[in-house]
Design a protein around this ligand. Structure first.
Ligand SMILES: C[S@@+](CC[C@H](N)C(=O)[O-])C[C@H]1O[C@@H](n2cnc3c(N)ncnc32)[C@H](O)[C@@H]1O
Length: 204
């Protein structure tokens, strides 16, 4: 199963991947937030749903420091033992995360993660598909740059080849609920591209 590197405050701890797998199996629902950034969204979700297993993944350990420290406290003091902050790039995810999720989310990504989602980096999309259990949900929210939303019309076919069945591709105006989303929207509603669907088509 291999190791998983978990962030807890300033520490990065190598764990046996089975630990996270067992915790996921014992929970009612598993949510994986890829590119979780400061992890606040994941932490809040875990606090609101103690029976869920909420896993934030990011390539930047420092960003997850504070939320992972909060999560490691006693529950009465704001802890969330059902949260895991995993240090990993999406390009090299630990095997323990494969087929673990009931829902995979990517919210307002930048850099290589955003490119994977928009520019048809086939390998990257495969990685995202691999995290979800067959039939699990995926939800992607991207802040829009200028341009015609029609430019995204090809995405469902590209996603399908990676095993991601797109059921909804919409531009909508929302008030983002994550730290980065709030920052770029400056607290106001903004247009985002939502891509949602199910994991489980065979890649070809
Ligand atoms: C703009 S922040 C968004 C954070 C959070 N989702 C939010 O909305 O507040 C994008 C995050 O994606 C992470 N990221 C970008 N490319 C990545 C990759 N290939 N693998 C893992 N994380 C990545 C960055 O480290 C950064 O924390």
């Amino acid at each position: 199963m291999g190791q998983v590197h978990v962030v807890r405050g300033r520490r990065v701890i190598p764990l046996d991947g089975n630990e996270i797998v067992q915790a996921a199996r014992a929970s009612q629902r598993v949510i994986v937030d890829l590119g979780t950034g400061d992890g606040r969204w994941t932490y809040r979700l875990a606090r609101a749903h103690p029976e869920w297993c909420c896993i934030g993944v990011d390539a930047n350990a420092a960003a997850m420091r504070e939320s992972s420290w909060r999560a490691a406290r006693k529950v009465a003091r704001g802890g969330a033992p059902n949260t895991w902050f995993v240090l990993a790039a999406v390009e090299s995810l630990p095997e323990a995360l494969f087929s673990i999720a009931d829902e995979v989310r990517v919210q307002y990504p930048w850099g290589s993660l955003r490119r994977m989602l928009l520019v048809s980096d086939r390998n990257g999309l495969d990685r995202i598909a691999r995290i979800g259990k067959p039939g699990s949900k995926f939800h992607i929210a991207l802040n829009l740059l200028a341009g015609d939303p029609g430019q995204y019309a090809d995405l469902p076919a590209i996603y399908a080849r990676a095993g991601l069945e797109v059921r909804r591709l919409d531009v909508m105006t929302v008030s983002p609920g994550t730290s980065w989303g709030k920052r770029i929207g400056q607290g106001a509603p903004m247009p985002i591209l939502v891509i949602e669907g199910r994991v489980g088509l065979n890649g070809s």
